[in-house]
Design a protein around this ligand. Structure first.
Ligand SMILES: *Cc1c(COP(=O)(O)O)cnc(C)c1O
Length: 444
């Protein structure tokens, strides 16, 4: 299997290059060249397959022979080592819990799969690989946990001082070993600017093999398609049709759902749920795509004003040379399968309380946005089973959730024990040179 760029279908590359480069030189995004439906036998076997086996078969379909089968099986079974249970709210509403991994968010699936895939292609290379990543919170925690103790790979995480939650900071700074945290006295954009400069720095790249782990990497998307099949398995094929409601920011999760659909998963509709950063719902409703600066909300992991995976979504509906101009047919195709809705913080808070009172289920603010969107869509489609992707554990947003509920909530043990661990981070200004020098001294 080869991978092409959404900006140029003729630009093809192999999997190793796609994951180590992250982005094609033409600034498009990588996509697998073939998306063919899984054989009927896959769906016959589905009810009896483990989650890891589903992951293996789906990744095989998406990667072809890019990874030898035995290696692929081993790495998927290692990556998918925690469950994604579907919890029933009522006969037509379900929650797919994606927070049972080490950092309590769905990003663990992507990070664990990517680290093992990179480890696979890095084998036999005696030059160590340094992963450089800027984070505003969630990605860093998943990447840190996902790459922890991966042989031959060092991880450097840049985060903005005082701008990630206490708990997120602990996830970045307490692991040690091959995980290094740089606390930057600036904003997330400053962190990202340093990372971008490092990638363009020829001198640095001569001494150090650099790679990135951000969310546009195709290896993060692939494992996110596994759990759509897993959810479908748990729901059972003989019942009302199924729709997935996806709380979205950069739209990686939703794009992974579209991949699952192309592989033959019978999905009646996808529902894109956003907070006030409603670029995609607006596009779905009007056909006009207007990326713009993000605004801060309660569901902050979805505060994205220019969703990076939109280029992939558009590509799946026929945009082959980038987004300019966006074709009317792209909009028609996308809007026929995806409905979009956006909500403000006040509605999100009310929804969190409503889910608690109606179903006795504690949903997080991102999932609450999803609940609202599903409810709205189901007004017209009452006989479809709707699955809300619960993207993070509510305790990741403890202060807000406790304020909304008016009482304290329990924190899972693996999160609680982080509070006592010692933070180790190197303080950096927003200047590039000291970071570069530290990288050279440490890894050069
Ligand atoms: C990253 C994240 C999202 C957004 O996911 P995308 O794939 O970027 O759309 C939603 N919820 C939580 C909790 C997240 O961490």
């Amino acid at each position: 299997m080869k991978f092409y760029s959404t900006n140029n279908p003729d630009h093809r590359t192999d999997l190793a290059e796609a994951i180590f480069r992250g982005l094609p030189a033409d600034n498009g995004l990588y996509m697998p060249e073939r998306l063919e439906p899984l054989p009927e036998s896959f769906f016959t076997d589905l009810p009896y397959m483990s989650f890891a086996e589903i992951g293996f078969r789906v990744s095989k379909q998406l990667l072809g022979d890019a990874v030898p089968e035995a290696d692929l099986k081993k790495l998927v079974y290692e990556a998918v080592n925690f469950p994604a249970p579907v919890v029933k709210l009522d006969d037509h509403r379900y929650v797919l819990e994606l927070f049972h991994g080490p950092s309590l968010a769905f990003k663990d699936f992507g990070a664990r799969f990517m680290s093992r895939l990179m480890g696979h292609f890095n084998r036999g290379n005696d030059r160590q690989l340094v992963i450089l990543v800027a984070t505003s919170g969630d990605t860093g925690g998943a990447v840190a946990a996902g790459f922890y103790q991966t042989p031959g790979i060092e991880v450097v995480i840049l985060y903005p001082k005082g701008k990630v939650s206490a708990l997120q900071e602990k996830q970045l700074t307490t692991l040690g070993h091959n995980i290094h945290a740089l606390e930057v006295e600036g904003t997330f954009d400053d962190c990202q600017a340093i990372v971008k400069r490092a990638f363009l720095d020829e001198e640095l790249r001569e001494s150090i093999r650099l790679s990135s782990a951000n969310s546009i990497n195709i290896s993060r998307l692939i494992p996110q398609s596994f759990y759509y099949f897993e959810a479908y398995k748990q729901l059972g094929a003989d019942g009302d049709p199924v729709a997935f409601c996806v709380p979205s920011g950069n739209f990686g999760n939703l794009t992974a759902g579209l991949l699952a659909h192309r592989l033959g998963l019978p999905v009646e509709q996808f529902i894109a749920a956003t907070n006030r950063n409603d670029v995609v719902p607006e596009y779905l409703q009007t056909g006009v795509y207007r990326p713009r600066p993000s605004v801060a909300t309660l569901s902050n992991a979805m505060d994205v004003g220019a969703p990076s995976n939109f280029a992939r979504m558009a590509n799946l509906y026929g945009q082959v040379n980038g987004l300019d101009p966006l074709e009317p047919a792209t909009h028609r195709g996308m809007a026929s399968l995806i409905s979009g809705y956006a909500y403000d913080d006040a509605s999100t808070e009310a929804a969190l309380l409503e889910v608690k009172e109606r179903y006795g289920y504690l949903i997080d603010p991102h999932g609450a946005v999803g609940y609202l969107a599903l409810k709205e869509w189901q007004k017209e489609h009452p006989n479809t089973r709707g699955v809300i992707l619960e993207t993070a554990h509510p305790s990741k947003f403890k202060p807000d959730v406790e304020r909304i509920l008016g009482h304290q909530i329990e924190v899972p043990e693996r999160l609680a024990e982080l509070a006592d661990r010692e933070k180790k981070a190197r303080l950096m200004s927003t200047d590039y040179t000291p970071v570069k020098n530290w990288l050279l001294e440490t890894f050069g």
